[in-house]
Design a protein around this ligand. Sequence first.
Ligand code: NAD
Length: 290
Amino acid sequence: SATIIDGKAFAAGLRTRIATQVVTFRDAAGRAPGLAVVLVGEDPASSVYVRSKGKATREAGMESFEHRLPADTDQATLLALVEQLNADPTVDGILVQLPLPGQIDAQAVIQAIDPDKDVDGFHPVNAGRLATGVEGFVPCTPLGCLMLLKSIHPSLSGMDAVVVGRSNIVGKPMAQLLLGESCTVTVAHSRTRNLAEVVGRADIVVAAVGVPGLVKGEWIKPGASVIDVGINRIETGLVGDVEYDAAAERAGAITPVPGGVGPMTIAVLLRNTLVSAGRREGVAIDQTAL
Ligand code: NAD
């Protein structure tokens, strides 16, 4: 039966390793790495995320700057705050929590963030850096997925990988990361024909769709590694995009929901913030030890 990939434990270990290097950074730079998080409005899920991010940031020994703006904030006000954070030398990372209210153009806000403080990796400059193999910031959730995969397969070279979902936040950067690891990558999406057959070829399946149980257990190639990014609330609780029990009978390794990919996102956000702080202050961060 499948190895259960314990993302919760992996993320806890990563956060401990980050905290160790934060101490080194603070000694060298004379200040803590700083992460600014901006929340517009009071969306309950977003409020929970922002609170968790602030708590995790402080627990890692970093400084958390939280900016809460009313739901009717106009775009110019938000852009002015982003400019202020871009110019603030104590801020190493800027994250604007999505989704934003309808009167604000999210792309305009993302593009206003200094790409060298864009720890979410959503700025087009960072998407381009990822696509061309230049050092930058990689979106947290797909980078977390890659870390989990590499804990199972230190080399992914030559493996057939299928990413289901093509969002800018998960699917596309995940595909780029797997390409960077020399996988043969297929990106499936809502218009894909015969998803069962496409998934069935894969040694690595990453599901990032948002439809409970879309990926059927019987589709999984025996021994494949399955990474389930989906977080779907149903009557019985949280489930992923993969039919977990049936998939676990065939897979070699699989992430549970909850406790798989979910906890990795914030841990990687802290990683990106530490790496940013190191770059900005010229303090060496050992990324191989993270
Ligand atoms: P999205 O809605 O932006 O994208 C969904 C993608 O799925 C689209 O590219 C679409 O083409 C594809 N799709 C839709 N229906 C399909 C179908 N029937 N067959 C094949 N493909 C189909 O979503 P997203 O932001 O990429 O998030 C995906 C899921 O991952 C959601 O459940 C979300 O909650 C979860 N998520 C989790 C984390 C985390 O663990 N921290 C982070 C981000 C997203």
